[in-house]
Design a protein around this ligand. Structure first.
Ligand SMILES: [Zn+2]
Length: 300
């Protein structure tokens, strides 16, 4: 078992499955093929993950129409989350939580809930994980790595894309996320064009838009169930259901990329009943998925 995950990490650099041909042929600004994603996730031999756990370490309060344009501007709660993908012999983390100072930055002067015990569990899970990925390079997803006291310990197993690092270096969301050259040199960097096998049952899907380095993470479990950690392509599952984007002009997202990615998720939602799309900030979905056993409640 241990060997299989080791093998997968070794194969990281080697196993790049790409769907460029498809993307190049079409004039779509962005496209992905779920069957190619599944193929990539099956490339690395070994037992697939057993489950995916979620933790909510903080909340933000934003009107619902920020997440889905046209919905009423009624108050709503957004979860700030991190995920733990559990293999029989180790874990892979997706997103890293964040420290209280970064949390306060996001509150913009408004006191928003922060759960120190949960944040501490995320920090502990990062230290015990075999590998760390992020859906994208925004503070609420990556500050738990970049601003961690344990950065030097975490960095060698943190797998960032070149685009994620470039954004952190050249145009970080907040200056506190910018790594020093010494920090950047400690990170493990990858590059891939469209889809990449990462570990048994896991594939990365390049999805620039919300940030230049955004990616979605596909997970096929031993049970046969599939999850797609969609990061911040949408902020609420209603955005996917209605195929409607955010109303958040302060986030600089290329509209044509976002529309193409949202449209893809909408198509998956309608046709792939075995696949659960996981929206990072959707608090209602987090509760539903835990109740349905799709996500485990808390880290182990
Ligand atoms: Zn976010």
């Amino acid at each position: 078992m241990t060997k299989s995950l080791n093998l997968s990490l070794l194969l990281l650099a080697l196993c790049m499955a790409s769907a460029q041909a498809l993307a190049a042929e079409s004039s779509a600004p962005w496209s992905a093929d779920i069957d190619q994603v599944r193929q990539a996730a099956a490339m690395i031999p070994g037992p697939r993950p057993l489950r995916v756990n979620v933790i909510k370490f903080a909340e933000s309060r934003r009107p619902k129409n920020f997440a889905v344009k046209g919905l009423p501007a009624e108050p709503s709660v957004q979860a700030r989350t991190a995920y733990q993908i559990v293999y029989a012999d180790g874990t892979v983390m997706v997103d890293t939580g964040m420290d209280p100072a970064t949390h306060r930055f996001f509150g913009r002067g408004v006191e928003e809930p922060y759960f120190p015990d949960q944040a501490a569990r995320v920090a502990h899970a990062l230290r015990s994980a075999r590998a760390i990925l992020v859906t994208h390079e925004h503070g609420d997803h990556i500050a738990g790595l970049m601003r961690s006291e344990s950065f030097n310990e975490l960095a060698p197993k943190a797998v960032l894309t070149h685009l994620q690092l470039q954004t952190l270096q050249n145009e970080p969301q907040i200056p506190e996320l910018r790594p020093s050259p010494e920090m950047a040199a400690r990170l493990r960097l990858i590059d891939y064009s469209d889809t990449m096998a990462f570990a048994p049952g896991m594939a990365l899907i390049k999805a620039p838009g919300h940030t230049p380095g955004s990616q979605m993470i596909y997970v096929a479990l031993q049970s046969g169930k599939e999850l797609l950690l969609a990061g911040d392509v949408a902020w609420h599952m209603d955005g996917v259901r209605l195929n409607t984007g955010k109303d958040a002009p302060w986030i600089k997202e290329p509209p044509e990329l976002m529309a193409a990615e949202l449209n893809w998720l909408n198509g998956l939602f309608r046709s792939e009943k075995n696949l659960s799309i996981v929206i990072s900030h959707d608090e209602e979905q987090r509760r539903e998925y835990i109740a349905q056993g799709i996500l485990g409640d808390g880290f182990e």
